[in-house]
Design a protein around this ligand. Sequence first.
Ligand SMILES: NC(=O)c1ccc[n+]([C@@H]2O[C@H](COP(=O)([O-])OP(=O)(O)OC[C@H]3O[C@@H](n4cnc5c(N)ncnc54)[C@H](OP(=O)(O)O)[C@@H]3O)[C@@H](O)[C@H]2O)c1
Length: 255
Amino acid sequence: MRGASSGSSGRRVLVLGGASEIALAIVAELQRQAPREVALLGRDPEALARVAAQLREQGCERVVTAELDALDTDGHERAIAAAWEELGGVDLVIVAVGLLGERGTLLEDIPAALDVLRVNLLGTGSLTLRAAQRLREQGSGTLVVLSSVAAQRPRPTNVAYGASKAGLDALAQGLGVVLAPDGVRVVVVRPGFVHTRMTHGLPVPPLASTPQAVARRVVDGLDGRAAIVWAPRIMRLAMGVIRLLPRSLFRRIGG
Ligand SMILES: NC(=O)c1ccc[n+]([C@@H]2O[C@H](COP(=O)([O-])OP(=O)(O)OC[C@H]3O[C@@H](n4cnc5c(N)ncnc54)[C@H](OP(=O)(O)O)[C@@H]3O)[C@@H](O)[C@H]2O)c1
């Protein structure tokens, strides 16, 4: 079996949202364990080419790229099938597409909020379902879905983002239950604030993290039996408390 020598996550990796900084760090961390073959799907061919070059420098055996727009849901099945064909099957799918969008302008800019819901819930949900379908047909593999702590309790500045991630998180958790009998594993990743271009220029909250730190948590989770990975680990406890705070107190501490 081709994936057997590469830890529990396998050798052939498909990244949906292929230019994501967190996804790149996860693949780099996997690559430190064993050589990988990688397909990067995303909407910006130049960005994908740059990421592919970095991965080749890090020793990835093979990196292919192809275009994918999360909003083109009609094209998802075909795009994922082509990547599957290219790699000869896929051991690990990383769903990394995400749009932060509105920052406290929910009702002032409803079209922007709808964009966030379309990309993060409808588009990314469609990608997640299509990838899950392929993994089930294959009868093996792991699906990693990048959710967020915002799925647990959105702040006034990221209501649409939090709502979209809550929907995606629930979808991924449910898929984990549905797919378990078919030998397919789903891992939901809930990072807090991570320093990437998505958060560039925003105020930095406590417990902020880096793509590399998130990647180490994800790979540890993949090597173990985790169904949910919090990054950093303390976020699980922090969000457990934050979820219980009354709304007035949540607002006062900057919620
Ligand atoms: N950074 C954080 O603080 C943080 C925290 C929690 C969760 N997350 C989640 O982690 C994931 C990765 O985020 P990141 O921090 O690595 O940010 P990132 O580098 O901006 O990655 C997000 C990726 O989503 C892609 N994308 C956005 N809209 C798309 C569309 N319509 N079609 C196809 N691709 C699209 C972007 O493509 P382009 O390259 O073309 O822009 C980008 O590659 C996201 O799901 C994010 O929500 C991030």
